[in-house]
Write a new protein. Structure first.
Length: 381
């Protein structure tokens, strides 16, 4: 993990926290922490908050993705108007395709072999359509229409939203090359459209409410806006602003993860902006060096999760589902069920490490056609 020393510790901590929350959430769906022995030690609201933030974690991923993609674009080409769309797509393909293709191949083999927990069983679903949805960037829509796919396939819903956004991102930047203010305004409108898009989904199916395109793209756009803002503010003003921005956003961010229902009950769908805005401001503060000395002390384990977040996100169900099967075979003692979360997190890291070192890194270097790896763009989850 020598790359960790060269990366922004705060941003990697956010990514690491998000992917750990996803792993915990998928375990907790099958072993509810509120039904384990932890309920005799911790309040139920805290256990439910700790295990129920899977959707919030994906939203965090979206904001981080938009921030880093835009920041790297500005660093590489100076402005969004000068973006090289061929290079942009090449880098996205190098980052996304190796893991995506491998995952789809493995899941297809498991489905054809009728392996439990990996077999597509809904009568209105099929393996060819699942493959098409995975590569056609509409896994979220497909599940919204037909129901949940097995867990290994289900994680691809967020990737569909993200990659659909990035298909249009460079084209929009080039089309609006001479209208930078209009472009910024459109990203701003999209970023703050989440309350309206969520309100419009009130009567939609529960799956589509959580996986629709517009709310996810709104979160990505918030990341884009935050990167543009961070880039425009002069260096001389950053030191004065970063502490206030960092502390305030950290309080709101933590409060939302601990008690999201409070924000929703108080503000309605507008409450969702508390998470995206606080995440965006945290990213700005971290990018300006806020807490730089502290974010790298004793956090290597969490930062390593952030470094491999894409690999862990796509592969962790190969850990979660077998562990749940073993839990049930062993008798399914719910009281000590929380103990199974420890190997779930640890083994997810080990599997992600193997995927990153043996697949993502070498395949990405080969697809980019460069002798040394460049800064890795993020992906969700």
């Amino acid at each position: 993990m020598k790359h960790l020393a060269e990366r922004n510790g705060g941003i990697d901590i956010l990514r690491g926290l998000a992917v750990v929350l996803v792993v915990i959430h998928h375990m907790a769906l099958r072993i509810p922490l509120a039904q384990t022995g932890l309920a005799t030690i911790f309040p139920l609201w805290l256990l439910k908050a700790f295990s129920g933030n899977g959707r919030s974690a994906v939203t965090i991923f979206f904001v981080i993705s938009g921030f880093l993609i835009t920041s790297h674009t500005l660093k590489r080409w100076g402005t969004l108007s000068q973006l090289d769309w061929r290079s942009f797509y090449q880098r996205r393909a190098a980052r996304i395709l190796p893991c995506l293709v491998t995952l789809v191949v493995v899941l297809s083999v498991l489905d054809l072999a009728q392996v439990p927990d990996y077999t597509i069983e809904h009568t209105d679903q099929s393996l060819p359509r699942a493959i098409l949805a995975a590569f056609g960037m509409h896994m979220n829509w497909y599940e919204g229409q037909t129901g949940y796919l097995p867990g290994g396939w289900d994680v691809l819903w967020s990737l569909s939203i993200e990659e659909a956004f990035y298909i249009g991102f460079p084209l929009f930047c080039l089309i609006t090359a001479h209208f930078s203010r209009f472009r910024a305004f459109m990203f701003f409108c999209l970023a703050f459209s989440m309350p309206l898009s969520l309100a419009a989904l009130t009567h939609a199916s529960p799956i589509w409410q959580n996986k629709a395109y517009l709310p996810g793209m709104s979160a990505i756009a918030m990341g884009v806006c935050s990167a543009l803002l961070a880039h425009r503010i002069s260096i001389s003003r950053r030191t004065a602003l970063r502490s206030l921005m960092g502390v305030t956003s950290a309080i709101v961010f933590s409060s939302y993860l601990i008690n999201a229902p409070f924000f929703w009950n108080t503000l309605g769908s507008v409450g969702a902006l508390a998470l995206t805005i606080s995440t965006a401001f945290l990213l700005i503060a971290f990018s300006w060096g806020w807490m730089a000395d502290y974010t790298k002390r004793g956090t290597k384990w969490l930062r390593s999760f952030g470094f491999m977040s894409y690999e862990i996100y796509l592969s962790h169900m190969f850990v979660v589902l077998p562990l749940i099967a073993l839990f049930r075979i062993s008798g399914g003692n719910m009281y000590i069920g929380w103990l199974w979360f420890v190997p779930a997190i640890s083994l997810s890291w080990i599997l992600g490490y193997g995927v990153e070192h043996l697949l993502s890194r070498p395949a990405g270097r080969w697809l980019r056609g460069r002798p040394k790896p460049q800064i890795i763009d993020p992906a969700t989850t």
